[in-house]
Design a protein around this ligand. Structure first.
Ligand code: GSH
Length: 337
């Protein structure tokens, strides 16, 4: 685990000391947009136009943020338009690695991970160096790469899913709208507290290095989950009768919760299985066509338990839990609206 400083790789863990033991997530730096037919939204930036097979996604199947982009690629019929490379789940002193002979000695190849067939790199940080030779910052997935100008378009999952939601519709013919105009205020509002207390909240609990920081993250996480449970007792989805971006952003955290966050991140007041509405809702989303194939529990467990040796020094990866996410969800019975 490390970061780039003026384009040079440094092996370094997150600094929490300066924040009283709190984990503070760094802001993503590549934030360009893709437009359907040209006309840059940012006059100082290169023009990124939606074209078939021009863009490539670098993802980890373990990562909840990268997982969002894979889900949108499925739901927006972008499989033939946007290619994907999957990194190895073990993230060690070189950060995210591709499969191949230069993988770290301590890391194993896990089925489903790939070489970088596009750029022939060994490590993800080399993709960042290729985009910006003096980049300073963390080297994170997901990365949306432009094959034409050989640079990173965007490395912020919340932007990438919005790009996928609308920029390629005229090419794919898929007009499913996961961020519909009339619901935008509601979606933004829900995203806001779910991000800080749940999506990022599990990390704030797991990466805390002081008891106070952990306690605060733990309480805010379970208060927010209790609030979601209440919402889902009255509504089928977070903002009403329609699945939206807000649901998918929550999904990628919920599906990792009982397998990883309860144990590894000490988010253990209760499991998602112990929440009646949340567990049924999680199953409903999991069972939507194309979604189960984006979930890889082997990558998920291998990544967290093996990579974070300061949290789990033995690097033993638990065998369980054994949860049947294909069992009937019964959500069709929930009151509409
Ligand atoms: N804000 C980013 C966060 C991405 C992120 O933090 N990804 C993690 C994996 S789950 C990562 O690559 N971490 C490596 C690091 O921080 O060095 C997004 O949502 O796209």
């Amino acid at each position: 685990m490390g970061l780039l400083q003026d384009g040079v790789w440094k092996d370094q863990w997150y600094p929490t000391k300066e924040n009283g033991g709190k984990f503070v997530r760094e802001k993503s730096q590549f934030r360009h947009r893709i437009t359907p037919e040209g006309g840059s939204v940012d006059e100082n930036a290169p023009e990124f136009i939606a074209e078939a097979q021009r863009y490539h996604l670098y993802v980890s199947l373990a990562c909840p943020w990268a997982h969002r982009t894979l889900i949108f690629r499925e739901l927006k019929s972008l499989q033939a338009y946007i290619s994907v490379s999957v990194v190895e789940p073990h993230m060690l002193h070189n950060g995210w690695e591709f499969s191949g002979p230069n993988q770290s000695d301590a890391a194993s190849h896990i089925k489903g991970a790939e070489t970088d067939r596009l750029n022939g790199k060994d490590f993800l940080y080399q993709i960042y160096q290729a985009a910006s030779s003096d980049y300073t910052g963390r080297v994170t997935v997901p990365v949306l790469w432009d094959k034409k100008t050989k640079t990173i378009v965007n490395n912020e999952s919340s932007d990438i899913i919005r790009i996928f939601n609308s920029a390629f519709n005229h090419l794919t013919g898929n007009t499913v709208d996961l961020y519909p105009e009339p619901l935008r205020d509601d979606i933004d509002e829900v995203n806001d507290w779910i991000y800080s207390s749940i999506n990022n909240g599990v990390y704030r609990a797991g990466f805390a290095t002081s008891q106070e920081a952990y306690n605060e993250a733990f309480d805010s996480l379970f208060n927010a989950l209790d609030k979601v449970e209440k919402i889902l007792q009255g509504k089928r989805y977070l903002t009403g009768e329609m699945i939206t971006e807000a649901d998918w952003r929550l999904f990628t955290t919920l599906i990792r919760f009982d397998s990883v966050y309860v144990g590894h991140f000490k988010a253990n007041r209760q499991t998602i299985e112990q929440y009646p509405a949340l567990s049924a809702y999680l199953r409903e989303l999991y069972q939507i066509e194309g979604i189960a194939a984006t979930v890889n529990f082997e990558h998920i467990k291998q990544h967290y338990y093996f990579s974070h040796a300061h949290i789990n020094p033995s690097r033993i990866v638990p065998k369980g839990p054994f949860i049947d996410y294909h069992s009937p969800h019964g959500r069709d019975l929930v009151d509409k609206g």
